[in-house]
Design a protein around this ligand. Sequence first.
Ligand SMILES: [Zn+2]
Ligand SMILES: [Zn+2]
Length: 512
Amino acid sequence: MARKARRKAALRSAGKVREGDLLERARALAEDPSLATPICEGPCVLFSPVKAAQRAIPRIHAARDDEAKLLAFAKRGNDLARAYAATLLVAKGEKIPYVAELRVPTGSAPYVVRGKAKPFFLAGLQNHHDRALRLLALMPWVKKRGLHVFSADRGLVCTGRRAAPPQDFVEEEMDELGLAERGQGAWSCGHDEADALVLRWRDAGVEAARCEACAGDESTLERLLRHMAGPKLLAGFEVSARLRPLEGAPVEAAADVPEESSKAYLTGAMHDAALLEAARAARVAALKALPRRLYVAGPRSFGEDADALLAALSPTPAEARALRAALAAHEGPVVLDKPTVARALAELWPQHGLAMLEAAAQSAEVARDLHKANAGPDEAAELVRRAGREGASRAGLASLPSYQNLPPAAAAADALARAFRAEGHEAAVRAALERASAGRQKGVCLAFLQALGGLKGHEWRFSQTERDVAASVAPAVEGLLRGEPGSYHDALREASLRAGETAEFQPAERSP
Ligand SMILES: [Zn+2]
Ligand SMILES: [Zn+2]
């Protein structure tokens, strides 16, 4: 195993780019003290640290060319003011020796240490260009004094104890989320036909609806929270889902977001898409719990109309027989998240698997042979398909006449025709090649291979005599492969005669 990498020091040499950026931002602060000054719009009392910073910053700015004064300012007094003085000292220098880094959930904030100013204040000030990171400058006071701060375009806005955000901040945030106001306090992305997350922001008097496509893999709440700070911010939010109602027959089913999902969302453990998924799952569970017959497939409800459900699923005849049998026996709701035959078969399988196979095969024997109690979603569909095929071939064979003693050419033709009817094209080609290589009735085999298109690469196996036999037998082959059961005997007689056989044969008597 590789040795553990040594932890990187928090202090490191400044990269040229970052150094330049930090210097530039420090100089901007020296030029314009308003970049460092929080705006107060709330019931802030006189001894609030924000007010103290507002008073101190202009005095420090006035002393910006006096290094001794700045050094003194950086040593005592209001924490934000001290960080401002320290940053002005940085701005006076030509280069930056070391850059520290404050890691926060929204990113990493590089900053320059100077004097005894504290990291959060320095990091927030020196990243004043970044709406998320500049919040750091007031974070210690948010925690200690219970202030609310909003990072608006015009700067950090403090509302003191009041949790209600400034209107311009709300509008900027909604705009950034791609939402427009479409009613009093009702903001949305406008994709009303899609499932949407609805975030109620009580302190702002806002209800924001954002659809899944617009949210992508984001959490809309997290996006908002990046730009604001305050005690108990989450208490001001409520999350719910607005699911597009089911089409078709009306159904009453609650789609309330489960409480644990809403909690997970509010604490950042879940993003929008996952919450909507939970809401949809809750609706499916609510529908499945209804004490009556009801068919729902994907976005559509079919009430109790099994024909309409089947029409929407477009099953093959065997699948339709299987589904009809299961639906007739099923008393409760059938709710499919997607409108596909495979989902329907899988959903009904645990209770009605055997009945579905029997209906698909139209044979209890085939059903018993194929049935499994536990079949995966795709397996159920595959079993029903097989039941349909095997049932049909057994039924097809059962209606053919049967024989006891056939002359050799007739026996070969009969075996190949049955292989085709019971097991299909490939099986019949395989059987014909096997017989041919064993030298049994090669001419008859050749006639079947030609009819089935399975001769390619095997032509050399056949002599001229065998080719002559095949040419003679050929006209009878189609009837043997695909003709009605009633004319099978005549087709077999014809094939036998054409192969040069003169012996008579008759179907065996059927046992009643
Ligand atoms: Zn204030
Ligand atoms: Zn949208």
